[in-house]
Write a protein that binds this ligand. Structure first.
Ligand code: FES
Ligand SMILES: [Fe+2]
Length: 401
């Protein structure tokens, strides 16, 4: 089955997101997460790579994060190795200084007029949901579309790098059926009849509803261009310890670093009482130590290359993430969708491709694209709350662990 219904667009159009590409133009119309808040301390700068371009991310003395161009226009030094001064950043090489809009405000040993004539790009930035987001498109950014969590819990974030194109892992969000097989080894094996998965396009996204064979119903909201909000069972290592709640209100954001690599930012609300917090924090610290000792990307690449068997890594603290890694990276760095043979289990994947193609076609032809509204009240809120209160996780220990 062809992966596109429009001969002027191919599957590569939604994979390639570098500057000037139609996919890149589409992605740049949206706020993109670029860093976890906790990875950017005050008065520090970081180099970041997003959508095939490099930038400088820094946090001003007042606590606000900013994104400006990567390099100093004097002789090209990377600004992230410089100093944050107030709300500005100073280049380490010869001291040129820029404000957060990218305007040069000082050139030592030179005139103010020379400084006023120099600038680098500056990008709108916001900090929400435990993440820093930036807008890389033209004109004013859209309203921030992702509402805060409502349960007044603790916000926990993670970021995972995958060695494949971002669209592969976003397709996975639309592919609920994969859980029955990808996570069969020991993570999250919850069979679902494809006929009991439905999709409804709304003003803010696509609502995916399902009823699992266990009777558990679930509602996820797929938010274009590449995000999802859904209840997620607590990951393996914490679930085994019964640390924290069994389910978490979760956003996943898929962001290309370049065309063959991407980041998945995860932000979750952990609803936990003050009494439980100290114990939970101890478990979480242990979990992070285990996770650091067994990096998902390293283990995933070793399994895909044949150097390691998944069966020999069943004690991995993020087994579910590792299973997803090897399935998605196992498709290749950029899967050739012209070779797909789609089936009735791929309803969501087909719909995602149709939606992206619809929007890319409009963009390419200079026609209006859909302005997705910010997500308001959560659909099926009562049912979702019931899932978030659910005691059983559905996460099983793998056999032999
Ligand atoms: S290279 Fe930045 S001030 Fe010279
Ligand atoms: Fe998965």
């Amino acid at each position: 089955m062809n992966s596109t219904d429009d001969s002027s667009l191919t599957h590569l159009d939604y994979c390639l997101t570098g500057p000037g590409t139609v996919g890149g133009r589409y992605m740049r119309r949206f706020w993109q997460p670029v860093c976890r808040s906790e990875d950017l301390p005050g008065e520090r700068a970081l180099p970041i790579r997003i959508l095939g371009e490099s930038f400088t991310l820094y946090r001003g003395e007042g606590g606000t994060p900013y994104v400006v161009g990567q390099r100093c226009p004097h002789r090209g030094t990377q600004l992230s190795v410089g100093w944050v001064e107030g709300e500005t950043i100073r280049c380490r090489y010869h001291g040129w200084r820029f404000d957060h809009s990218g305007q040069c405000v000082e050139i030592p040993a030179n005139s103010a007029a020379f400084a006023a004539s120099m600038r680098i790009p500056g990008y709108p930035t916001v900090e929400r949901l435990g993440l820093v987001f930036a807008y890389f498109g033209e004109g004013d950014p859209p309203d921030f579309p992702y509402p805060d969590f409502v349960g007044h819990g603790m916000v926990e974030t993670r970021v995972q790098e995958l060695g494949c194109n971002f669209f592969q892992s976003y397709e996975n969000d639309w592919d609920l059926y994969h859980a029955a097989w990808t996570h069969r080894t020991g993570g999250l094996h919850i069979p679902v009849d494809p006929a009991r998965i439905t999709f409804e396009e709304t003003a803010y996204g696509v609502v995916m509803r399902s009823v699992r064979e266990t009777g558990l119903s679930s509602t996820s909201v797929l938010l274009l261009p590449a995000a999802i909000r859904l209840p997620v069972p607590t990951h393996n290592a914490l679930a085994y310890r019964k640390a924290g709640p069994a389910w978490r209100d979760t956003y996943l954001f898929h962001v290309p670093t370049d065309d063959e690599n991407h980041l998945v930012f995860v932000t979750q609300e952990v609803r936990i009482s003050d009494d439980e917090l100290p114990t939970y924090r101890r478990h979480y610290a242990d979990y992070l130590a285990e996770r650091t000792a067994m990096p998902v990307k390293e283990y995933g690449e070793r399994i895909v290359s044949g150097e390691l068997y998944l069966a020999d890594a069943l004690n991995h603290p993020n087994l579910v993430t590792l299973e997803d890694y090897i399935a998605q990276v196992g498709q290749g760095r950029i899967v050739d969708r012209s070779q797909d043979h789609l089936s009735r289990t791929d309803k969501g994947v087909m719909l995602l491709r149709q939606l992206w193609l619809r929007e890319l076609r409009a963009l390419k032809e200079g026609k209006p694209v859909k302005n997705w509204e910010p997500m308001g009240e959560r659909p099926d809120a009562e049912a979702v709350e019931a899932v978030l209160r659910h005691e059983g996780t559905g996460v099983r220990k793998p056999i032999g662990v």
